[in-house]
Ligand binder design. Sequence first.
Ligand code: BG6
Length: 515
Amino acid sequence: MTETDADANPLMTGRSEELFPQACTLVIFGGAGDLSKRKLIPALYNLALDGLLPTQFAVIGFAIDELSDEAFRDFARDGIERFSRRQLDEEEWQDFAEHLFYQQGDFGEAAAYAALKARAAEIEPRFGIAGSRLYYLAIPPSFIDTCVFGLRDSGLVAPADQDLPFTRLVVEKPIGRDLESARGVNRSLQACFAEHQLYRIDHYLGKETVQNILAMRFGNSIFEPLWNSKHIDHVQITVAEAEGVGTRAGYFETAGVLRDMVQNHILQLLSLVAMEPPWSMRADVIRDRRLDLLQCLRPMLSHEVDRQVVRAQYASGFFRGKDAPGYRREERVAADSTTETFVALRLFIDNWRWAGVPIYIRTGKAMPKRVSEVAVQFKAVPHMLFNTDTDHPLEPNVLALRIQPDEGLSLRIGTKLPGPKVKIYPVKMDFRYGSTFGDQSPEAYERLLLDVMAGDATLFMRDDAVEASWHWIQPILDAWAASGERWLPEYPAGSWGPIEADRLIDADGHAWRRL
Ligand code: BG6
């Protein structure tokens, strides 16, 4: 690892203020778990490869499992070998591994926190760390209260007004499973930490392409004048996943795709696409604008839910040359489950900019491919000079922001087909990250971990934004609960969703994009 240098730090450019990762210990609650292995440790390792971790840095995995430091390092190495975007480099690994430690403990016992405190106090002087800590809760939500009160009661939380050493807490989604429980989680967090010490992760905000939404909108002069109801016909957001629920059925059964994807990732995406221009890049200025947007979402009235929202479940199908089981036949799924694996909905943003512009959202599991994009469709040209054939109208201009895979953006425009006749043909102006910048983009967790170390909360969710998005989602949950539905519409695994989703958009004279 090397000393970090903001000038050489590719993740730091483009900010109004440069931020440095600060010396600290990262304590991963659930350090021996899946998130730690698949995402956090590989992300840290890639930051180390890029020379972005401070030398004054240590990681303590903290969990109930009995592991030695050595066993934790083996676990970490395995995670890097299997899940890192770059291969393990033996020399770099040796250096990185020296910063990894493990502390066994039961989150419910005061003795575990005392042991953690003693262990950190023993490790930190070796690396010149003066007691600043990041606690990362990579644990099921049911443990949040136990852990935050455990930390507070053991004196492991630095005073909120103290600059150094600092304490920060990183919390993974889900924050609650409805508005009331989300408020409850926020109350517990705030009983132990000040809001500025809290970093609620939504990993979509750490994706390079998601951040590019702001860069594209506000770093260019050509888009913003068109970014309103005068010029935009509608917006489509698609987040499709090819995988079914797989091994996560236990969790997914209690969540469903509305809670799992729409309440957080997709509403956050929407807030970046549709928010008003921030007057500065300061964290709270951007977070205020995102919040404003969430507060402008037209409330969903209970009697409208059926008309505006389609939910469905995947049935058995044929996918990638194989039979794919239906959701109700997946392991750990109830045979009469009504958990939705697909949602399509139409919403409106009640403000000056977006008045009357429908926003269509669809997301689901077991769809034909993994693809996420935001597509902005512009209005048709006002006067029929070229498209006089009403049976074959001109294709409208579409700006498509491809979040993943094949990250980039494309603009569909009409151009004259060569030849003696005047015929308009749609072509694409295409920008691809891969071909322009070559290197793979950093993973979302790399960016987000670095931001927490630097104390930059821009890409994290504030309490009010979490509650505002639950506030909007809640009537849908209530209407579904009240309906007592025993069967949901179905779509074959490996298809684009149920016919009801097509009808939803078709009713407005539009169609889902073919992706
Ligand atoms: C997670 C959801 O937050 O995001 C998962 O819980 C989902 O169900 C995942 O699969 C999608 O993330 P990504 O980065 O693969 O699009």
